[in-house]
Write a protein that binds this ligand. Structure first.
Ligand SMILES: Cc1cc2nc3c(=O)[nH]c(=O)nc-3n(C[C@H](O)[C@H](O)[C@H](O)COP(=O)(O)OP(=O)(O)OC[C@H]3O[C@@H](n4cnc5c(N)ncnc54)[C@H](O)[C@@H]3O)c2cc1C
Length: 469
């Protein structure tokens, strides 16, 4: 990777980019705003692009890529820039290709329950448009202003992944622009398909390192009629996360199973200036049940409450009004921002382990606090074993934090591997976790990844330095 000699952008290149797009959508040098240097985790590094181009059409994207390919210019795609792994940060400079202005919902096909969107459509825009059409787009990652293109390219998960699956499960087909400018179609509007290699599945979650998504056909489903939330306080973290496997092997089909320690709840309440219905317990499970009728959802909530109490829950609070549900989910949704606001510097990972190892892994992560003297927050998507773990510097000496953090992360990743887990459940590898992925996968797998990368992108101009070196 480091041996590739990338072309340095010149005035002539900028002129060309303006000629195939529009002068008011190309920003060069001093015109580039700082926002384009980073994503939502600037702690993982920032870097200025040489030129920012806002594309409006697939044809423009293709013309840009043909030129970049011919001149060996690195290109980093960017959706809404809400990523948490440095994925959209152009660490090698070159072109930052922004897809946020390609933001139209193009076509509904409710006979086949699909919708075609441009990549810059925001998650909340698609979710709202689906409701207006009388259908439901279920993936709901915490950040609703992320783009669908970004969600597809990171295979975003979110709180409802337990019940509805992750973004991958909703991608029917996609139009992509390849690094050499070719426009290809991966997948099609069919319900099943065994026609050759499944490149759509390969590209979902590829973090802009293989090609650029310019159109996406997404699946929608019928709307649930009723949705209730349970807030469940526990005296210990162990009893709290220890309940999770009982839901997984029940037939209660929860939509979401989240967990939050009290300390995080306090931070989030303070950050939002809101009050949770209950806040004195050590740990909380938050459960959601969607269904087709009140009777069905009430029955499942009753059975779920019994399971929680059997596992040592202090109580179970039913949230069946919009106001109560909002109180709980807004506090859960503010977790990351609240933690960021509560400290000086932060490192984070989103390790995923088999669901029956969540309690073991949480206990292990807890021991790291004392070992490294760090404040560590452990919370997240308990229902799919996906822990969000934040290491906070607070008033620790910066040099000590920078020495302790990588060591602590190394131990967390090693323990996850021992438990049969993976490096990232949903935030992706980006730039931040390249070394951890290498360590986890080993040289044979990384060589295979490199072979795939070279087949798509022989000049290695697509988002260099991400996922693999
Ligand atoms: C408060 C908060 C909560 C969050 N909660 C969740 C959560 O619950 N679950 C979750 O999974 N994530 C979560 N995220 C992370 C983030 O929102 C997701 O990673 C999201 O998918 C990024 O979308 P984006 O449009 O911002 O993409 P960007 O950050 O712009 O880009 C992300 C990656 O996708 C690539 N990319 C973007 N668009 C394209 C395209 N059209 N073609 C090719 N490559 C492209 C980029 O190159 C980059 O590698 C959260 C973030 C925040 C700030």
């Amino acid at each position: 990777m480091s041996e590739i000699l990338y072309h340095t952008i010149t005035d002539a290149d900028v002129e060309y980019l303006r000629s195939v797009t529009s002068p008011d959508r190309v920003f060069y040098g001093e015109e580039i705003e700082y926002d384009y240097h980073h994503d939502e985790m600037p702690d993982f590094g920032t870097h200025a692009p040489d030129v920012v181009v806002q594309a409006l059409t697939t044809k423009e994207v293709s013309a840009i890529m043909k030129y970049a390919y011919a001149h060996t210019i690195p290109v980093t795609s960017r959706g809404a820039g809400t990523g948490l792994s440095g994925g959209a940060v152009p660490f090698f400079g070159g072109i930052l290709l922004c897809l946020d202005k390609m933001n139209k919902i193009l076509e509904w096909d409710l006979d086949n329950m699909t919708v075609v969107v441009e990549p810059g459509v925001l998650v909340m825009e698609l979710a709202n448009a689906a409701i207006e059409k009388g259908v439901f787009y279920p993936p709901e990652p915490g950040e609703k202003t992320a783009s669908i293109g970004g969600n597809v390219m990171t295979n975003a998960g979110g709180m409802k992944a337990v019940g509805y699956g992750v973004t991958r499960n909703y991608v029917v087909s996609m139009e992509v622009v390849m690094p050499n400018g070719d426009i290809l179609q991966f997948g099609s509007n069919v319900a099943k398909n065994t026609s050759g290699y499944n490149l759509k599945e390969l590209v979902v979650g590829s973090e802009g390192t293989l090609c650029i998504a310019t159109k996406l056909r997404m699946r929608v489903v019928p709307q649930p009629k009723v949705s209730y939330t349970l807030l469940v306080p526990y005296p210990t973290l162990d009893s709290c996360v220890g309940t999770v496997p009982s839901f997984i092997n029940s037939n209660l089909n929860p939509t979401a199973i989240e967990y939050m320690p009290k300390s995080l709840l306090d931070d989030a309440e303070y950050y939002l200036n809101k009050i949770m219905p209950h806040k004195t317990a050590n740990s909380y499970l938050i459960l959601m049940f969607d269904g087709t009728s009140t009777e069905d959802v009430e029955r499942r909530c009753d059975e779920a409450a019994a399971i929680c109490l059997e596992h040592g829950a202090e109580d179970v609070f039913l949230c069946n009004t919009d106001e109560r549900k909002e109180a709980v989910w807004s506090v859960r949704g503010a977790a990351l921002e609240a933690l960021k606001a509560s400290t000086t510097d932060m490192d984070e990972c989103d390790i995923v382990v088999p669901r029956n190892r969540i309690a073991d892994f949480s206990r292990f992560a807890d021991t790291m606090m004392e070992k490294y003297g760090l404040r560590i927050s452990i919370q997240g998507h308990a229902g799919d074993g996906n822990m969000h773990i934040q290491l906070m510097r607070d008033d620790m000496d910066k040099a000590i934090f920078e020495k302790n953090c990588p060591q602590c992360m190394k131990e967390l990743y090693a323990k996850a591997k021992e438990f049969g887990g993976q490096v990232s459940g949903e935030h992706g590898i980006g730039r931040a976790r390249v070394a951890a992925l290498e360590e986890h996968m080993g040289p044979e797998m990384i060589a295979l990844f490199n072979g795939i990368k070279n087949a798509f992108d022989p000049k290695r101009i697509m988002n260099p330095g991400k996922v693999i070196r």
